[in-house]
Design a protein around this ligand. Structure first.
Ligand SMILES: NC(=O)c1ccc[n+]([C@@H]2O[C@H](COP(=O)([O-])OP(=O)(O)OC[C@H]3O[C@@H](n4cnc5c(N)ncnc54)[C@H](O)[C@@H]3O)[C@@H](O)[C@H]2O)c1
Length: 339
């Protein structure tokens, strides 16, 4: 069988740490093009892996017949590029947040449907071993229903991550649209929906810029969520955890509690009301400093090979984004937002 021809659009940090090495390690893939307006970045990977470098995705889509693309650009370009790629007949793996508005998300889903291609969103938290284990335990039913929860994602901010450091698009509102909420909050809104197998029904939030200078994108958000099941909890996203980074989730259930990533040695801990304690060593949640294979690219490639729609679909990405958009609306209006 011939290899899947892939183009990576946007050659910054997420491409460097995950998309490009994960495609390069997948024997079913041929990397045929790299795109970045800073052409040296694209050329660097073309030299490493073969394929051609382009400074513009429109030219690339015209010149190459690619089977699939990864969209790893600043947020404001996700919809435009994903739709263009779908219209060119390519399957799309777009980074999170999948888009910046509801209308963009719907247009992306529609474009994929119309062209008969897959749209997958890079919600890699679902594939991290502690979250996979937690999902398995929750599905076993031993904990009963989830009643309350907290989930948080905080680190010192994208200046230590983005290829452009403090000069990054992450801090420019017209390109990022959302700050910590689009970067980190959307990971957790997706995670909590998936873990609880439920949708968020109501959101109340404080979202703002508390400490980063020279930017008006949000660097912190504290949200209250009520799920359709009635379960309530908090979701926190922060770019100002200069110490004490946090990527943990705790779910209090009818029969006990499950703690995810609260202990570096045992990434999942279950404490039951009957006194039983179960501790699981399943590997850590990836951090900016400690990258592990995300599994996202392999899942995308497998879904193309098997011709099976991806689990982490455009529709899923859209539901996760709706929670974040509702949090901004809550901040702007001072009201609880119903979804
Ligand atoms: N899944 C995750 O855990 C995760 C982690 C980090 C970032 N991300 C997402 O990945 C995306 C990229 O973030 P990053 O951290 O790689 O940012 P980055 O700043 O490191 O890199 C962005 C790159 O995009 C390039 N670019 C800008 N305009 C472009 C265009 N028109 N065409 C092609 N390339 C263009 C820039 O030159 C830069 O090289 C963002 O949407 C971000 O939210 C996801």
């Amino acid at each position: 069988m011939s290899k899947i021809k892939v183009a990576v659009i946007g050659c910054g940090s997420i491409s460097k740490h995950r998309h490009i090495p994960e495609y390069a390690n997948n024997s079913n893939v041929e990397l045929v093009a790299f795109v970045d307006p800073i052409i040296e970045r694209a050329q660097h990977y073309a030299e490493l892996h073969g394929g051609k470098a382009y400074s513009n995705y429109v030219d690339m889509l015209k010149a190459e017949k690619v089977d699939a693309v990864s969209v790893c650009t600043p947020n404001y370009l996700h919809a435009e590029i994903s739709i263009a790629a779908a219209n060119a007949g390519a399957h799309v793996l777009v980074e999170k947040p999948m888009a910046t508005t509801a209308a963009e998300s719907e247009a992306m889903i529609e474009a994929a449907k119309k062209n008969g291609v897959f749209l997958m969103v890079g919600h890699n938290q679902r594939l991290m071993p502690p979250h996979v284990k937690a999902k398995e335990i929750l599905e076993s039913g031993k904990l009963g229903k989830v009643l309350t929860f907290r989930t948080s994602f905080g680190h010192p901010g994208p200046e230590g991550w983005s290829i452009d450091g403090r000069e990054s698009w992450f801090f420019r509102k017209e390109e990022a649209i959302m700050g910590a909420m689009g970067d980190l909050g959307v990971h957790k809104s997706d995670l909590i929906r998936w873990l609880l197998d439920d949708e968020v029904a109501q959101v109340a939030a404080f979202v703002g810029t508390l400490h980063k200078e020279g930017t008006d994108v949000d660097d912190n958000a504290t949200c209250l969520l009520r799920m359709r099941s009635g379960a309530t909890g908090s979701l926190v996203a922060s770019w100002t955890y200069y110490k004490g980074q946090d990527n943990s989730t705790v779910l209090w259930c009818e029969n006990g509690v499950i703690k995810i990533d609260t202990d570096p040695n045992d990434q999942v801990i279950v404490e039951l009301r009957n006194g039983t304690v179960e501790r699981y060593k399943v590997g850590q949640v990836a951090t900016n400093e400690k990258q592990t294979s995300s599994g996202v690219v392999n899942e995308f490639v497998t879904s193309i090979l098997d011709n099976k729609p991806p689990r982490i679909s455009g529709e899923e990405g859209y539901q996760a984004l709706k929670v974040i958009l509702a949090a901004f609306e809550s901040e702007a209006t001072g009201k609880i937002i119903n979804l």
